[in-house]
Write a protein that binds this ligand. Sequence first.
Ligand code: ATP
Ligand code: MG
Length: 708
Amino acid sequence: MTALNSIRPPNFIRTIIEEDLKSNKYGGRVHTRFPPEPNGYLHIGHAKSICLNFGLAQDYRGLCNLRFDDTNPSKEEVEYVESIREDVRWLGFDWDDREYYASDYFEQLYEYAIKLIKAGKAYVDDLSADEIRAYRGTLTEPGKESPYRDRTVEENLDLFYRMGNGEFEDGSRVLRAKIDMASPNLNMRDPVMYRILHAEHHRTGNKWCIYPTYDFTHGQSDSIEGITHSICTLEFEDHRPLYDWFIEELGIYHCQQIEFARLNLSFTVMSKRMLLDLVEGGYVTGWDDPRMPTISGLRRRGYTPESIRDFCERIGVAKRDSTVDIALLEHCVREDLNKRAPRVMAVLRPLRVVIENYPENEVEELDALNNPEDPSMGTRKVPFSRALYVEREDFCEEPPKRFYRLAPGREVRLRYAYFIKCVDVIKDEKTGEVVELRCTYDPETRGGDSPDGRKVRATLHWVSAAHSIKAEVRLYDHLFTKTSPADEKQDVDFKAYLNPNSLGTLTSCRAEPSLADATPRSHYQFERLGYFCVDAVDSSDNTLVFNRTVTLRDTWARILKAEQATTEIPKAPEKTIIPALQVSGDPLTFKGAEHEPLGEGITIEDFSKIDLRVGIIREAYPVEGSKKLIRLMVDIGEGRVRQIFAGIRSAYPEPEKLIEKKVIVVANLKPRQMKFGISEGMVLSGGDSKRLSITTFDGDPLPGDKVS
Ligand code: ATP
Ligand code: MG
């Protein structure tokens, strides 16, 4: 059986699964699990794991369990369990009746422990936690055996029973596996299996006062549930020998642990401990604060499940840790909302405009498109009258060069309405602040065009003053000022890098009247401003509150454009068009209006950021539907192959001739979604379109070797 959903790009986990299916290793079954510890809300990193585990089950017609890893009694809370269920479901996944708890296995794990004691493979140790640590040794020195290591089976059984019966204090004894204190792998130096903890558990109450450790629980839980592929993050790679050891010594069903790199995202933190710190310290309003990278925060902010799934797909899975640019996540939600969010007009910082030649009590209903990308979304009416609001930023009394919006004497277009011209500026006598613009309109330009072909250079959004409704709008920026706040500096607390401007609240915004019926969580594009959604917590019938999900400015698209510019054969530079609608602060642009100059001189430091590696082309195929592209599967020593699309077909009409060639790969390019799949890097080539050839080596370097 092959992947049912062949649209998904290959990755090393899929390769393993497909090989196992071919060899019938698990009788053709694929059974995964998502195992959260209920000690906090889920974050976008967990979403990656959820999409991966549930996604694999879907694609290979398998199953995925939801398993709460609740071995640690003091931290778990029912609230967390409920939030996790809600988040997984909201992301679009279902575990049917397969909701399990590691605590359901306490009885079985206890039996397993006794089995190991009886086999002489586990012993009760009286050393304190500090002593155990000291005896453990280091990476360079072997550990020391505990003086209690050679207790008899009878003595161990007796002590373990008594541990379970509550005869001993917390921390006074532990049960350890008897493996090898000299093992080069610290995890194999007699790891702790059980500790004494007189604490109430959210499911088992006070039944137990000894609790199994993660290491003694996880693999056995997988085994009990008949999991085939136990997918976890890289930090557990060194635990795999222990995972296998327990299962082999117990002689129980063996599933396979596979590790992948965890997701890190720029400008945020991805650890429940740190997120809890933010919640408890009041730095954010809660786990669902729209600035949090939690699934509940993203949901409240206006992210859709589709956009998060798309993001998880695009980042793919790899064996090496890296940080994904938050701009990619923003790009995904922008793309999704572009399709589905109706366009409306709202003014965030209103400036009153009076149209002097427009009749006093007249109101016109103008037709506006709900989504220019999707005509099936229809049109709506927006009222136009003598007094309007426009965006304060769209007026400048002394406009700098290239400011094309309103200014004294300047004519602009009001979206779906008329051309208006500013004829007077009214200021507060005391402060000098502009409080109102007096304008005239041209009745001939109704709908936005002038019959005489006269051009204006800007189109502004607006609302009718009397008809508009009041709204509060919350603008969000990155939660942190540094790309990796958690590991910026060793002795500086990550909270030092909180962005003081991550939340801006505007309370006197005005929105077009159609928004009066907006329901919680509904999405809109405020024209020229961004995507917004109705806040599900604070919005009420009296106060409409909107969260800005994301601006329209797509920095990711720009990153891609810059990358593309380096992959393509340079063309003669196009004339740079400076955006017509842009000043500092929040950019006010219509989509597509931006073209910015690319690139400037780089330094050696800039260059050293590019990770060039030796790669071997393992497979090469023509790409159906593309005249230019070849799909290369390149090995750069990561234990898997990368898919890279290269625009070199003209030079290599028979792509298979490229197989086994040693090439230079730009290894740290962010994966790029192309029409035909994800491209995970770039292969260097030289020459112009007539004599294009791929850069190879004449020596014999190994895949993964650094190129400098
Ligand atoms: P944290 O470090 O945030 O507390 P954790 O790994 O302790 O996370 P768990 O509840 O144990 O949190 O995680 C459940 C599952 O999600 C595990 O399989 C874990 O490997 C995976 N996971 C956690 N964080 C990430 C991440 N950043 N990227 C991908 N998967 C993750
Ligand atoms: Mg964990």
